[in-house]
Design a protein around this ligand. Structure first.
Ligand SMILES: Nc1ncnc2c1ncn2[C@@H]1O[C@H](COP(=O)(O)OP(=O)(O)OP(=O)(O)O)[C@@H](O)[C@H]1O
Ligand SMILES: [Mg+2]
Length: 259
């Protein structure tokens, strides 16, 4: 029996105005996998996620979600998303953790409805899953960046998605807590069977946490399981980042970029 693909991307290209930022991407994300997308700044990672989420219009190629063409796909509550900017949150925003997470339900059900008992439980369950239940009454602005990020993940989880897409979720998380953060994601993946698609720069710490890695730099330079990725890393970092990064680090050597 073959496992169903949650996402299938075929010959996908995308351009903003004249600039081609993605070219001929082919990528399949099987059900139950935990895929990390890595690549340098500007390599098209967020663009790829936005195309998968239907936030950008498909220009060339195909995207299938749960086996269905993205243009016909309607079941968006199956997909949870936390954007790259989620944690640059206005800390003065007057909402409790509970309210922020429950807004993930109103999105689906409409603003003007009352919570059922059942819905409250869903909010607590989502907070429990990210280890933030005891903060439910806290104002969102009174949490650390890493704690806020967990709350946004709970917000994405509350509608019980099968796929969770996270764009650089560890940006506000300090080095000490990155490990437990990935552990929490690993548990969502293993215990709840949620397929995870994550963009990250934490190349060093991901490979024992995720099942697959994709290296993107306009083209997909590599896609495989973590063993294959480790093997590739052994052969040198610049290889999987592609030649553009090579060029960048070259500039660093001459002091051009940060001076
Ligand atoms: N709305 C836009 N209009 C025009 N160009 C854009 C737009 N959004 C992104 N780009 C360009 O497309 C390229 C890819 O951007 P993208 O945000 O996908 O990169 P990224 O890999 O997510 O980078 P980062 O690691 O910095 O988040 C960049 O060169 C960027 O400047
Ligand atoms: Mg990005």
């Amino acid at each position: 029996m073959t496992t169903q693909a949650i996402i299938e991307i075929k010959h996908l290209s995308y351009r903003y105005e004249k600039d081609i930022v993605l070219e001929d991407i082919n990528l399949t994300v099987p059900d139950g996998s935990f895929l990390a997308i890595v690549g340098p700044n500007g390599s098209g990672k967020s663009t790829l996620l936005k195309l998968v989420l239907g936030l950008l219009k498909l220009q060339k190629g195909e995207i299938l979600l749960f086996g269905q063409e993205i243009n016909k796909f309607k079941d968006w509550q199956q997909i949870g998303y936390v954007s790259q900017k989620a944690n640059s949150f206005n800390t003065g925003f007057p909402a409790t953790v509970f309210e922020v997470v429950s807004s993930g339900l109103t999105k689906k059900l409409g603003m003007f409805r009352f919570f059922k008992k059942d819905d409250r439980q869903k909010v607590y369950d989502a907070l429990e899953a990210v280890g933030m239940k005891k903060f439910h009454n806290r104002n969102i602005g009174e949490l650390s960046g890493g704690q806020q990020q967990r709350v946004f993940i709970a917000r994405a989880l509350v509608s019980d998605p099968r796929l969770l897409i996270l764009d650089e979720p560890t940006v506000g998380v300090d080095a000490e807590n990155v490990n437990s953060f990935y552990q929490m994601l690993g548990e969502l993946n293993k215990r709840r069977g949620i397929t995870l698609l994550l963009v990250t720069h934490d190349i060093g710490t991901i490979s024992d946490k995720v099942s697959h890695v994709a290296c993107l730099n306009k083209h997909l330079h590599f896609h495989g399981n973590t063993n294959e990725f480790e093997q590739l890393r052994g052969e040198g970092m610049s290889e999987f980042y592609g030649h553009d990064v090579h060029l960048l680090s070259h500039q660093h050597d001459h002091g051009g970029v940060f001076k």
